[in-house]
Ligand binder design. Structure first.
Ligand code: MG
Length: 227
């Protein structure tokens, strides 16, 4: 099963849910910031700090990223600050003016808020990153709660995360819609039994549209309103 979510189905998903769980980076905010930060700004700073050949520093860093992908460490600013010996908080603050909404995301949130459904932001981002991004984008005003998976001790792609989130929020999986841009995360939500699981096909506005298999998908969150 896959593919683009037809307008009618999207409208039905929307009608049938009372809780909407939304990811932050790559779903509401443009992943081009994070891709630039981790793939360009951090390697550049590290090469400068270490004084080694930029290409070699970069390759070793990317190998380290690959080893940690999908773990809480991967999303943890403290972990990378410690491992790399860089002041990543300062670097993130200094580049926070680059943080942007994805096209149509802000308008979607305004409409979603007017619908009266319960809106909860659920992110793997570290609590401090979440605060920086809320501060810049004003994202917090649309949500009843903004939660970081770090507070639950496991990332969204793990099976343990979902019952803990349900304990905290008390949502009914049959009446819940969950939107994210990460396939392993969507798989975990589906295995837990969330009724409406939807992928975002363009998490980075500067990258090409992705193909998504095994999940319903929209190009951006605006497609959820069945437009
Ligand atoms: Mg994401």
């Amino acid at each position: 099963m896959s593919t683009a979510l037809p307008g009618q189905v999207a409208a039905q998903f929307w009608r049938d849910c009372d809780t909407v769980l939304l990811d932050m980076d790559g779903t509401l905010l443009d992943l081009s910031f994070d891709n630039w930060f981790w793939r360009e700004a951090v390697p550049r700073c590290l090469a400068r700090a270490r004084g080694g050949p930029a290409q070699e520093v970069r390759e070793r860093l990317f190998e380290h990223f690959a080893r940690k992908q999908g773990s809480l460490d991967w999303y943890c600013l403290d972990y990378w600050t410690r491992e790399l010996g860089l002041d990543l908080r300062a670097l993130k603050e200094a580049s926070s003016h680059r943080i942007r909404y994805l096209p149509g995301a802000r308008e979607f949130l305004q409409q979603a808020q007017r619908s009266g459904k319960r809106l909860v932001l659920v992110t793997n981002a570290h609590a401090e990153t979440l605060e920086v991004k809320k501060g810049v984008s004003g994202l917090g005003r649309y949500f009843e709660l903004c939660l970081s998976s770090h507070a639950f001790g496991s990332p969204k792609e793990s099976a343990e995360f979902w019952p803990r989130l349900q304990d905290r929020l008390g949502f009914d999986p049959d009446r819940t819609l969950f939107v994210d841009d990460s396939t392993p995360v969507l798989d975990a939500a589906q295995r837990f039994g969330i009724a409406g699981v939807v992928a975002v096909r363009r998490p980075d506005s500067r990258a090409p549209l992705r193909t998504v298999d095994h999940h319903h998908s929209v190009e951006g969150v605006a497609g959820l309103l069945g437009a």
